[in-house]
Design a protein around this ligand. Sequence first.
Ligand SMILES: Nc1ncnc2c1ncn2[C@@H]1O[C@H](COP(=O)(O)OP(=O)(O)OP(=O)(O)O)[C@@H](O)[C@H]1O
Ligand SMILES: [Mg+2]
Length: 465
Amino acid sequence: MKGKVLVVDDEKLIRWSLRENLAKSGYEVVEAEKGSDAIRAFSESLPDIVLLDVNLPDTSGIDVLRSVKAIDKDVPVIIITAFGNIQTAVDAMKYGAYDFIEKPFEIEKLNIVMDKALENAFLRREVTRYKALTGDYEFEHIIGISPKMQELKRVVRKISQSNTSTILLEGETGTGKDFIARIIHNQSGRAPKSFVDVNCAALPENLIESELFGYERGAFTGANNAKKGLFELSNDGTIYLDEIGDMNYDLQAKLLKVIDSKTFRRLGGTAEIMTDVRIIAATNRDLQAKVKAGTFREDLYWRLKVIPLTMPPLRERGEDTLLISQKFIERFDLEFKKQVKSLSPETKKLFLAYRWPGNVRELRNVIERAMILESEEFITPDHLPMEIVQAGEINPSQLKPGEEFGVFIPEGGLDIENIEKELLKKALLMAKGNQSKAARLLNLGRDAFRYRIQKFGLDSETHHG
Ligand SMILES: Nc1ncnc2c1ncn2[C@@H]1O[C@H](COP(=O)(O)OP(=O)(O)OP(=O)(O)O)[C@@H](O)[C@H]1O
Ligand SMILES: [Mg+2]
């Protein structure tokens, strides 16, 4: 079924002809003869679309229009007017009618207008639903004052002014790529149009293509009707291609074409369809490595990376971790009806020392869990997962080459010589006393290493390798 249509007309013959034709086109038809009946029929059947004759015997069609719009502001109403009665139709447009059509009309033409109206209403509803759902996705909600986050905010503000450039969002899992993508959309001139979220990894390969581009009737077995794809539906809006690194190679070529020509074809179709959509692609994989390995097209990579944006991992955001924690605590206080005030001082230290491989998502989960368990005013280490409690102990062996060293400096300060000595001892321990190995672990030359272990009197614990 295409949808439910309410036909309001006092001429029996017109109602009859519309009913016959619209039923044939796949509509379920509800009828009303008078204005008062129309409003009742509307509130009872809640149709998807209304065809309204403005010249009714009892009330003015404009009043009907206003009542209908008061019940459902997004429902499309198409005005039917007698030939030469354009003024009434124009008035109706002011009150939110979608379009008008003059009698006598061809059913073909009416069908086209109705299709457009329904699509338009669908998008409007999406936007309404989305707004209700996501008061959260606003620029002001990006928490962070660390240099990396300040830079990110600066770029996001800039990007939002340009409405078309493709954006490549890179960053580890849970750093807030979805979050930022929605904020960019909401900040831009495209905000009233739809934000379409496509997860390239979640859809099976054969489905993702038809989802993106749509298809014509008969394009493949089972394609009994033509279907619009997401590129068509997101026209004038934003399309978010999440986990782009998982898109297969053939589809990458098609995407490249859409970016270059701003047109595409439905599957099984020949017409080139124009689309004006901003693409935001996201990945938590190393795309450049995929390019090197030959699994991601280099030309597409550069086309996507017109504006590169990298979400910094949480561990590189310094004390932002504490600011974000505080926000989450306030949120969960409301949700769980708790009175937790903040993190305890020990918890703060642990949070700053921990690596947060799952980033903001992990932080949120940790706080949520702790708050369910916590009955005191502060979140103490008792309710934290083991791996975070252990983060208090520096463990260099967990670091990968090139990774930042999460050393925590307590408020009272620390003695760098002590740290150096600890590191030398640990290196020797790991190298089982072998000096050359231990020196390599610390990226020191042999002489520099020897000098240091002598300084700290550690040479008795070693042997030459
Ligand atoms: N600055 C922030 N303030 C508040 N919440 C945030 C912030 N950044 C991220 N979040 C929250 O953290 C969670 C993870 O964010 P998001 O889903 O955007 O991550 P992602 O980078 O898309 O991760 P993945 O690569 O796994 O898809 C979400 O619940 C999001 O709302
Ligand atoms: Mg995501």
